[in-house]
Ligand binder design. Structure first.
Ligand code: HEC
Ligand code: HEC
Ligand code: HEC
Ligand code: HEC
Length: 484
């Protein structure tokens, strides 16, 4: 939830500039997965409540119910709905007996005299049935419910939006069959941001999950024609512009510490990557001005159609926070930490001694490595990896199971009890974070060599929302062992 204060500040900025801003979410915002481990339920539901409080502050207009939102049970979401200032929408999550939806199937919003109908559909593509599906609940096929919702709203709305967590391929079929739906915001089944794509008269778009980005879609809607213009050429233009922006941003990162030619003069790989980017930018600049010329010629001929433009913004660390949502996030983070602390206390009260702290399978721990590799250990101690857990302690978050996996060694995917009671030797981002678990190697060094770190290993923690300044070759050059 770290990006929420930034998202809130962005929304305020938009609302100051534009006269009509609608905040919608197609769901999957509360939990990452469809199932949550029992020992994490309290922590994760606390976070979910914080997310809803933040969405209330941001004045969201509607949110779709995705399968992940049901991970803590249908009853949990129904109770949370009572605390939500916005409607949760699902037309197809229904009681098995009477076929009645648990949530509102649609909502009608009126802003600046324009009526916007919003329908919600819950995805049914999960690998296992939801716990409640076994008895009282069923997710109906969209064909059974959507036509009725459309006919209810068609005469009353100038624009129809669908919040869908169905698979991308299904949403395309819906768009082909129902041009009455003008916009589908989808969530979930494929990852990443997807630029709006027009199918007949329906736009489909998606923002990557878990609040890492926001998608801003600016629409000039013509209520009479209710038709999108054919904007494939304009979209291409926009896409190129966005790409160019991203490239510019990347290039600037390389320039942060001064002229890259000097800064990276001993790192030919990094310098080559930088120069390739410069060349690419020059080519793109030329292509863009050609496309711009073509587009201007077309604008002259435009008719009474609706148009849009869009952009995605990554919630980078350096964007400003909204103080009120920051306070909600901080209070939630502290509560999650308090829950972890209580769990750890309960364990020590039960008389479980310090030497019974956990070692995940196949891990040896830093001090073992150090006994044979003291120069590397010496170097490591001077990096921030060696104080990553200490950093959490200094923030009073060392019991927060949502922070710990990235600030210690070997904790990804481990049960909360283990993460909270990790052996001291694995607290901090240690040797085996980069080299992989190496217990076998420590016992028989020559026959079991540890691995070499790859970029994928680093990116597990150095994600855009925690480190927006990560350049692999440069970061590795700074932290690698050995003499380089
Ligand atoms: C008992 C001594 C000993 C311990 C303990 C030990 N190593 Fe090693 N390590 C070695 C030796 C000896 C080599 C050289 C192996 C070879 O060249 O066959 C080596 C090589 C390595 C290499 C280089 C591998 C390569 O392919 O060049 C890495 C990385 C490494 N160790 C990491 C670790 C880590 C991480 C730990 C702690 C989990 C650890 N070592 C514990 C003795 C040890
Ligand atoms: C388990 C999570 C994790 C992994 C995996 C990880 N890091 Fe980090 N890294 C961190 C954390 C957390 C910090 C910040 C620690 C702090 O400031 O307390 C950090 C800090 C850094 C820094 C700044 C350190 C300094 O001393 O200035 C660099 C550079 C870095 N990491 C590079 C890497 C590289 C390269 C890899 C992959 C080979 C990698 N990291 C893998 C969690 C991780
Ligand atoms: C996905 C992995 C990840 C998670 C989860 C994570 N961190 Fe970090 N954290 C990092 C990385 C990577 C860095 C290093 C960033 C850099 O060097 O710019 C870092 C750096 C930090 C820093 C020092 C730099 C700064 O931004 O002030 C603090 C403090 C911190 N994290 C606190 C937390 C807290 C508190 C939580 C839980 C609410 C948390 N982190 C969860 C990966 C993570
Ligand atoms: C940020 C990731 C990272 C961490 C943490 C890390 N290493 Fe390394 N280590 C590397 C890289 C990168 C190399 C060089 C791999 C290569 O190019 O062959 C390396 C190489 C080594 C080697 C081979 C000899 C050498 O010095 O080049 C040994 C031994 C080693 N590391 C031990 C350790 C030990 C012991 C620790 C913990 C005290 C540790 N490493 C922590 C990234 C890391």
């Amino acid at each position: 939830m770290g990006g929420l204060p930034k998202k809130a500040q962005q929304l305020i900025g938009l609302r100051e500039k534009k006269n009509m801003v609608l905040a919608l979410d197609s769901g999957g915002l509360l939990f990452k997965d469809e199932k949550i481990p029992a020992d994490q339920t309290q922590q994760l539901t606390t976070t979910a409540q914080g997310i809803v409080a933040a969405y209330n502050r941001m004045s969201f207009s509607a949110v779709g119910v995705a399968r992940q939102d049901l991970a803590a049970g249908l009853d949990f979401l129904l109770a949370l709905q009572q605390k939500s200032d916005f409607p949760w929408l699902s037309a197809n999550l229904v009681r098995r007996s009477e076929g009645k939806p648990y949530f509102k199937p649609h909502t009608l919003l009126t802003i600046n005299g324009i009526n916007i109908g919003v329908i919600g559909l819950t995805g049914n593509q999960g690998s296992d049935a939801l716990p409640s599906e076994k008895d009282s609940t069923v997710i109906l096929p969209w064909e059974d419910v959507l036509p009725k919702q459309i006919s209810l709203l068609k005469g009353r709305s100038d624009m129809l939006i669908l919040l869908s967590s169905l698979p991308a391929a299904t949403n395309r079929i819906i768009a082909e069959k129902h041009p009455e739906i003008h916009l589908i915001l989808q969530s979930g089944s494929v990852s990443g941001n997807l630029a709006p794509e027009r199918i007949n008269n329906t736009l489909i778009t998606q923002v990557e999950q878990q609040g890492k980005s926001v998608g801003i879609l600016e629409v000039r809607w013509n209520r009479r024609s209710k038709q999108w213009e054919d904007d494939s050429s304009k979209n291409l233009l926009l896409e190129k512009k966005n790409e160019l922006d991203r490239l510019g941003w990347l290039i600037n990162r390389y320039r942060k510490q001064g002229d890259p030619k000097l800064v990276f003069k001993d790192q030919p790989e990094t310098l080559a990557a930088y120069e390739a980017m410069l060349a690419k930018r020059e080519k793109m600049d030329q292509e863009l001005s050609r496309l711009l010329g073509e587009e201007n010629a077309r604008i002259a001929k435009r008719t009474q159609l609706s148009s849009f433009n869009y952009r995605f913004e990554v919630m980078r660390k350096d964007l400003p926070d909204n103080p009120e949502v920051r306070a909600i996030v901080d209070a939630t983070t502290n509560e999650v930490n308090r829950l972890g602390k209580m769990a750890a206390k309960a364990r020590s009260a039960a008389g479980i001694a310090h030497d019974q702290m956990f070692f995940p399978e196949n891990y040896a721990g830093n001090s073992v490595c150090q006994s044979c590799h003291s120069p590397q250990a010496e170097k490591w101690r001077n990096t921030k990896h060696a104080s990553a857990y200490t950093t959490l302690e200094s923030k009073g978050q060392q019991f927060n199971t949502q922070c710990l996996p990235c600030h210690v060694t070997g904790a990804f995917g481990q049960p909360a009890e283990m993460v909270l009671n990790l052996a001291g030797d694995l607290r901090q981002v240690g040797c085996e974070t980069c080299h992989g678990p190496a217990k076998l190697h420590a016992a028989q060094p020559h026959s079991n060599r540890p691995g070499k770190p790859t970029m994928e290993i680093c990116l597990r923690c150095h994600t855009g929302d925690h480190d927006d300044n990560f350049i692999f070759p440069e970061a590795l050059a700074r932290l690698r062992c050995g003499s380089l």
